[in-house]
Write a protein that binds this ligand. Structure first.
Ligand SMILES: [Zn+2]
Length: 152
């Protein structure tokens, strides 16, 4: 089990200091865009939306119902993989169980309460040769298509 550091959005990754949140301002003779004028949290939000990420969407998982295979609890992710911490329904019914989902296997079932979660990929579409880390293997897709999610 790795840490849960991927629970929240990991991008925009460039923002590390307050200076990075200061807009450059509009160039002379141009009309400033929202991005150029925005600073601080507003700029962070705009930068996030430019990458297709709602940086403020860090609400806890939906614990108001139990996910099923037909109607899983959706977990948004802009990355290749996402960890979700399940505490059952209602929340805190059991100790947190970390479930790992990725784009190849987006559905995961909590072994404790049986609630089903599905990662909804909201990041940029790529052609399979994109940047970032890869797992170094390719799922046998024809095989995976015939395997029921509960056996993953
Ligand atoms: Zn659970």
């Amino acid at each position: 089990m790795e840490s849960g550091e991927r629970l929240t959005a990991t991008s925009p990754t460039e923002i590390k200091t307050d200076e990075d949140l200061l807009g450059p301002g509009a160039k002379p003779g141009t009309v400033p865009t929202d991005l150029e004028q925005a600073t601080g949290l507003e700029r962070l939000e705009i930068l996030g939306k430019m990458e297709g990420i709602d940086v403020f969407d860090m609400r806890p998982l939906d614990a108001s119902r139990k996910g099923t295979l037909d109607n899983p609890v959706m977990v948004r992710s802009a990355g290749e993989e996402q960890y979700a911490g399940c505490t059952g329904v209602p929340a805190d019914s059991h100790n947190v169980v970390w479930l790992r989902m990725d784009r190849q296997r987006p559905v995961e079932r909590c072994p404790e309460c049986g609630s089903v979660y599905k990662m909804e990929y909201v990041g940029p579409q790529d052609d399979g040769h994109g940047h970032g880390h890869h797992h170094g293997f390719e799922e046998p897709k024809t095989f995976a298509d015939y395997v029921k999610p509960e056996y993953w």
